[in-house]
Design a protein around this ligand. Structure first.
Ligand SMILES: Nc1ncnc2c1ncn2[C@@H]1O[C@H](COP(=O)(O)OP(=O)(O)OP(=O)(O)O)[C@@H](O)[C@H]1O
Ligand SMILES: [Mg+2]
Length: 308
């Protein structure tokens, strides 16, 4: 349904999105994860036809978007990361306004608005001024706005940012409902665990490039399979890194001054010959211990790995 082919976006000399390709099929919920500045918003804006790629092409249902702007906008709802709301409007007037903008007839509009208010749980605020809504409510209103023309593809840029835990849970519930309704959703976040239960697919982006991409199962398998071990040395961290990288069971090594972390496959006891090997090579180890890994840490590592 959505296809990006070698998409690059340059701001002057700076490359925010770098030769990015990905594909999202109908019914998928694709989580786009990456740290601040990774290029998520830039990518989503290009998909939403608000920015033109410097290179590459984007297709929605096989229509190249820059030459079919009107058609693809009709098929897509976009919720930006920051949005202005018209303060002097009431909630229902706000949605009516956007219904008109989207070209709905009054009959269609008046039919769909109550359903949308129900979906985003703002029925009780129908007559409230937009200005008086809490941040979470404004975000839900903005989501309702992006749904007004019943698009089949939703592009949501951090829809739960700045929300308290309860509001996040509620937002997740709404997104699950949209999934049940058969929408295809591209959602960005910098929190991987938050997306893992909601999404079918995950792409991790760093410095404008996709560094991991796959189904949630594939990503989770990668994440939970590896064991992480940490050692501290007095010096010679670089030498230790070189030695560790020669070991077949060690996949990645991360050095932060005298702290070294590495991922290895296999049982815990397979670490013994590795420690021995380091000692035999005069690496001054002063501590070593396994570390429990969680999604957040893996995400930090995956993204840190790209810096090198
Ligand atoms: N209009 C612009 N002009 C110049 N540089 C920009 C512009 N917009 C974004 N950038 C740069 O492009 C990079 C990617 O920004 P982008 O907003 O896409 O990141 P992001 O992944 O959405 O980050 P965040 O998690 O903070 O929302 C950043 O380094 C940013 O400074
Ligand atoms: Mg952003």
């Amino acid at each position: 349904m959505l296809r990006l082919e070698n998409v690059t976006k340059n701001y002057g000399k700076f490359t925010a999105v770098n030769n990015l390709s990905l594909q999202i099929k109908e019914g998928e919920i694709f989580g786009f994860v990456g740290p601040n500045g990774a290029g998520k918003t830039t990518t989503l804006k290009m998909i939403a036809t608000l920015l033109k790629p410097s290179y590459g092409k984007i297709y929605i249902d096989d229509f190249e978007i820059t030459s079919n702007v009107k058609r693809v906008r009709g098929a897509m709802g976009y919720m930006p990361d920051f949005f202005g709301v018209y303060d002097n409007l009431k909630v229902n007037e706000y949605l009516e306004f956007y219904g008109d903008v989207a070209g709905l007839s009054h009959t269609e509009r008046d039919k769909v608005i109550p359903d949308l208010l129900e979906l985003v749980d703002l029925k009780h605020k129908e007559k409230a001024y937009v200005d008086s809504l809490s941040r979470g409510m404004k975000q839900r209103l903005c989501l309702a706005r992006s749904l007004i023309h019943n698009p089949k593809l939703l592009i949501l840029d951090e829809p739960a940012s700045g929300m308290d835990p309860r509001a996040r849970v509620q937002m997740k519930g709404i997104l699950k409902e949209l999934r049940r309704m058969g929408k295809t959703i591209l959602i960005s976040s910098h929190i991987l665990p938050e997306l893992s239960e909601l999404c079918t697919n995950i792409g991790i982006i760093e410095h404008g490039k996709i560094i991991e991409c796959g189904t949630v199962e594939e990503i989770m398998k990668k994440v939970t399979k590896t064991n992480v071990f940490k050692i501290k040395v007095l010096d010679s961290a670089d030498k230790a890194e070189r030695l560790l990288l020669e070991e077949p069971i060690i996949s990645d090594v991360y050095v932060d001054e005298n702290h070294i972390e590495f991922d290895y496959d296999g049982e815990e006891k397979s670490i013994i010959p590795i420690i021995r090997m380091l000692m035999n090579n005069d690496i001054p180890i002063i501590s070593f211990n396994p570390i429990e890994s969680n999604l957040e840490e893996i995400f930090m590592k995956v993204t840190k790995g790209e810096d090198e």
